[in-house]
Design a protein around this ligand. Structure first.
Ligand SMILES: Nc1ncnc2c1ncn2[C@@H]1O[C@H](COP(=O)(O)OP(=O)(O)OP(=O)(O)O)[C@@H](O)[C@H]1O
Ligand SMILES: [Mg+2]
Length: 500
């Protein structure tokens, strides 16, 4: 029996159509993935279903009854819960207060039942296997914990249909496994899920059926068991899709970046030298230290000992500004927490880093900026309008491209990219890989921290594998394979050597 039917949904923002006659059917007890490129309309369709934005046309039926005009409170009451792509927690409130928000149990005389709320929150989080103290402040939680709390919040009031819009971007593999186990259990109990993700392995691990959108139109639906990643990618992108190899061998220049015996929070004694025009991948399991190392090179984390040299000169001043002046740029991971300045326009978000470097200039040359913005927009294929739009009106993946533009715009010679394709669709990923190669060919040095081995193979000249805070293996391009990377990042290689 289908629990939800959406028929002929259409929507325009400022005269631009972003959904055209889209259909979606969700069955009881299924996990249904919605796929589509960045800006295809996935989040907007969900915003319409849950009453966040009004639809221009179409029909919605939930549990056999039409919903004429969905509103947030009505759909909540009907049992539809939405975990947004952007987090919606109140950071200055406690975990249990966020869980019970607007539904707090109270005594007849009005006082809230605080002890009961804490106890129920603790029991519930325990049942889910989520290790979070209900009395902790949300701002004190790690990103992964916040994301799990957001999901727990949606599950707390027995939703019949739960929408998860890219829920795993900030979770580590262990947390993802735990989340998927919870979803499968709830599915057996009859809860339905709409799942939005760009990660094919996840989609195949968790979903029963799929719906593909392209440019705001319904393209296809079917059973996951009857398809494969390649066919889905083709449906999403259209005939132009090519999964072809991108790596090109190049001649590299002299050493540009040199780390010697570098130690800091989470990494120890790292020696590494990277050449002009080189693309070096850093990888390792969550907590291996590769991301922390990158942040320390950028001056965002302290260095305890050792040196960072650029073009043979050790950096004596520390901090982000000094790193930027030495020509280092960094795209951090977790767009939502580390990159978005929500009150600023798209253009202001692009120019943020550049303005920091040229803070003493009196005028902002608006015309020149707009011209540069248009060229970056073209280069990165950013789906956005004039630049004066609010950054939050862009789809998640297009926001990420804006932050890449932010750093390309500074003209830095060393680019540190931490998980750069987070939230980026398959077609745009291939474009970004091409772009990274092009940047390297033009003499930039690129360090890319990623867990995706396919990504490493597509771009990297060498791959530095981290384990427990140490660089344990440097692989050449030819040596990079799923097998070798896993061997070293789980430390299986050393364990086996030790046993031999
Ligand atoms: N509030 C808004 N105002 C103006 N335009 C909007 C608004 N919300 C979404 N859009 C536009 O609608 C289109 C569809 O965006 P949507 O967020 O639904 O894409 P998406 O499929 O979720 O993409 P992604 O995978 O990148 O998250 C985009 O072009 C986006 O810029
Ligand atoms: Mg989206």
């Amino acid at each position: 029996m289908s629990i939800l039917e959406m028929r002929g949904i259409s929507k325009a923002f400022n005269g631009v159509e972003v959904l055209r006659g889209v259909d979606l059917t969700i069955e009881k007890g299924e996990i249904h993935t919605i796929l589509g490129e960045n800006g295809a309309g996935k989040s907007t369709l969900m915003n319409i279903l849950t009453g966040v934005v009004p639809m221009d046309g179409g029909r919605i039926t939930f549990l056999g009854k039409p919903i004429e005009r969905p509103t947030v409170s009505l759909t909540e009451k009907l049992g539809i819960a939405f975990v947004h792509q952007e987090l919606n927690l109140f950071p200055t409130m406690k975990v249990y207060e966020n869980l019970f928000l607007t539904k707090e149990p109270a005594y007849p005389w009005g006082m809230l039942k605080k002890r009961e709320m804490i106890a129920r929150a603790r029991r519930f989080l325990g049942e889910l296997g989520v290790e979070i103290d209900p009395t902790a402040l949300v701002s004190e939680l790690r990103m992964g914990q916040k994301q799990l709390l957001e999901i727990a919040k949606a599950l707390f009031f027995d939703a019949k249909l739960l929408i998860l819009d890219e829920p795993t971007t900030a979770l580590n593999n262990e947390e993802i496994d735990r989340l998927f186990a919870i979803l499968k259990r709830l599915c057996k109990g009859g809860t339905s899920f709409i799942f939005i993700s760009h990660k094919m392995p996840e989609i195949f691990a968790i979903s029963d059926r799929y719906t593909v959108l392209r440019n705001g139109e319904f393209i296809a639906q079917g059973n996951i068991a009857d398809t494969d990643a390649e066919s889905l990618a083709r449906l999403m992108v259209g005939e132009t899709y090519s999964s072809g190899d991108v790596y090109r061998q190049r001649t590299l220049g002299d050493t540009v970046l040199e780390l010697s015996r570098l130690s800091g929070p989470g990494f120890h004694g790292v020696d590494l030298s990277v050449n002009r025009g080189e693309i070096l991948a850093l990888t390792g399991l969550q907590g291996s230290g590769s991301s922390e190392l990158m942040q320390a090179v950028f001056g965002a984390l302290p260095i305890e000992s050792g040196t960072v040299s650029v073009n043979g000169k050790p950096l004596t001043r520390r901090g982000i500004h000094a790193a930027m002046q030495a020509g280092i740029a960094m795209l951090p991971s977790n767009r939502k927490e580390n990159s978005v300045v929500p009150d600023m326009s798209v253009l202001e978000n692009v120019y943020l880093a550049k303005h920091t470097l040229s803070a003493r200039r009196q005028h902002i040359p608006r015309r020149a900026e707009l011209k540069k913005y248009e060229s970056l927009k073209l280069l990165l294929n950013i789906k956005a309008g004039s630049g004066s739009e609010a950054i939050l009106s862009l789809s998640g993946g297009n926001q990420q491209k804006v932050f890449l533009a932010r750093w390309l715009n500074t003209g830095s010679s060393i680019l540190l990219l931490d998980n750069p394709t987070q939230g980026i669709d398959v077609g745009s990923k291939a474009e970004i890989y091409q772009l990274i190669l092009m940047l390297a060919e033009s003499g930039k040095t690129v360090l890319i921290n990623t867990l995706e081995i396919g990504e490493i193979q597509k771009v990297a000249d060498r791959c530095a594998v981290f384990y427990d805070g140490r660089l344990i293996k440097l692989l050449s391009h030819g040596e990079i394979s799923e097998h070798t990377v896993m061997m070293y990042s789980t430390n299986a290689a050393q364990t086996m050597e030790g046993q031999a």
